[in-house]
Ligand binder design. Structure first.
Ligand SMILES: [Zn+2]
Length: 442
């Protein structure tokens, strides 16, 4: 009988932060996991932004497969902006009620491709019980009504479903999630629910998502986050171990896969991606935040993708632009171009290969462009730069992520008691399913 599974996702923790945490002794729970398992670095997706990454982790699909393109995107059929929470101001600018509905319900019920299966759907179809704490890609087969009496719309999640105090499949006595975000109340909520679930051994697979480290990293930078949030993140993991009765009991009962969804890099400057594109304002929609941008061509646009990309030449915030032309993808950087397409033995390329000198770049760029909800032109920000969101906000002076650069794109992965060596975050769900159903990976 396979051990039950605990998937832990620490949002925005870089491999360097993880390695320092383990070596410094400041994070005993992370060190315990690393000491009992194996550690490696793996690749995130592009754009390296949480809704895109968590959807890849929970479905095993690239953005082309799960179809979530960014934190903010243009819905072509509904002719409107979808905003999952670049900032509070961005939510307000996109329409608060619509944005809340998009984030809580529509991302899972409508935007996430029906052709993709979540780990919750797949394992419950195999007769197992899955649990989710706060993970934003949660789609499952069980109908859950919100805890607030004045909100009546149901969400479909795993059997045991806990989402920021708004959905709670069981009464756990956990404190309200949203009391004080900056003080870490969201991960305190997650830990209280996690303790309850482990104490009752109430699942075959638990997805345990901790978001406060990323929040601290945006505010204080990827290194400053360690002083603010590392101990809290670690304590939320220690809670699970303690709830099982200690490390021996915990590892006896559970296999663990811990990873981050993306990295973070320091940002010092921010610019609106709209400014250099102002001459085409009536033909395009710009959707940008953090360190990635998208440009959508309206149906009657009087520009094409290469023209938009050339208009971004010389913008200090822009490092690479990407678009599709015929069967090729094209990357442009400092007025040089690289064309590429998948081939039987890798990639067929022409042009300057150094243009996409980033980890796993051709694969990640190709699958970002192949997302039907993505813009016609994708933009990866230059190091140290961020794009201002539609609410006018940014994290300059702190940390951010989203681009192709290594610091945004590589994540730490620890596996304990599960025979898996994920190279990409899309390898996680196949590994969990193989372990839980005792099938072999091909
Ligand atoms: Zn973030």
């Amino acid at each position: 009988m396979a051990k039950k599974l605990v998937l832990i996702v620490v949002d925005g923790m870089t491999p360097a932060a993880f390695e320092r945490a383990v070596e410094s002794g400041r994070a005993p729970a992370l060190a315990l996991l690393a000491g009992n398992g194996s550690y490696r670095r793996a690749m995130s997706v592009f754009p390296s932004l949480t809704p895109v990454c968590l959807s890849s982790i929970a479905t095993g699909e690239t953005p082309a497969g799960h179809q979530i393109p960014h934190l903010v995107w243009w819905h072509r059929d509904e002719r409107r902006i979808v905003e999952y929470g670049s900032s509070f101001s961005a939510l307000r600018a996109a329409g608060m009620a619509q944005s809340i509905a998009d984030t809580i319900y529509n991302m899972n019920a409508e935007h996430l491709s029906r052709d993709a299966s979540t780990v919750f759907e797949t394992l419950e179809e195999a007769g197992l019980v899955t649990a989710a704490v706060n993970i934003t890609c949660y789609r499952g087969h069980t109908k859950h009504l919100p805890t607030l009496p004045w909100v009546t719309k149901a969400a479909y999640g795993p059997k045991r479903f806990f989402y920021y105090s708004l959905f709670e499949s069981d009464r756990t006595g956990a404190p309200l999630a949203v009391r004080n975000r900056a003080a870490g109340s969201i991960d305190v909520y997650a830990a209280a629910v996690g303790r309850w679930l482990i104490t009752r051994d109430g699942f075959d697979m638990l997805a345990y998502y901790l978001s406060d480290f990323d929040y601290a990293s945006h505010a204080h930078g990827p290194e400053g986050a360690e002083d603010v949030a590392l101990e809290r993140t670690d304590a939320a993991i220690q809670t699970l171990i303690d709830a099982a009765g200690g490390p021996d009991e915990f590892f006896e009962r559970y296999a663990v896969l811990l990873l981050s969804d993306h990295g973070q890099t320091e940002v010092a400057q921010a610019a609106p991606l709209e400014t250099p594109l102002a001459p085409y304002a009536d033909s395009i929609v710009v959707a940008a935040s953090n360190r990635a941008g998208q440009v959508y061509l309206l149906p009657d646009a009087r520009v094409d993708a290469p023209t938009v990309a050339r208009a971004l030449d010389g913008a200090p915030s822009v490092e690479v632009t990407l678009w599709r032309e015929g069967g090729d993808a094209v990357a442009r950087r400092e007025r040089e171009e690289l064309r590429f397409r998948p081939a039987a033995d890798g990639w067929e390329t022409s042009g300057d290969a150094a243009i996409l000198d980033y980890p796993d770049a051709l694969h990640r760029a190709w699958h970002a462009l192949a997302n039907p909800n993505a813009g016609e032109v994708l933009v990866s920000a230059a190091p140290g730069w961020e794009f201002v969101d539609i609410g006018g906000r940014h994290h300059a002076g702190g940390g951010s992520h989203g681009s192709l650069v290594e610091g945004d794109s590589i994540v730490p992965v620890v596996t304990v008691g599960i025979d898996a060596a994920p190279r990409r975050i899309t390898d996680v769900t196949p590994a969990l399913v193989a372990h839980a159903t005792q099938t072999t990976l091909v």
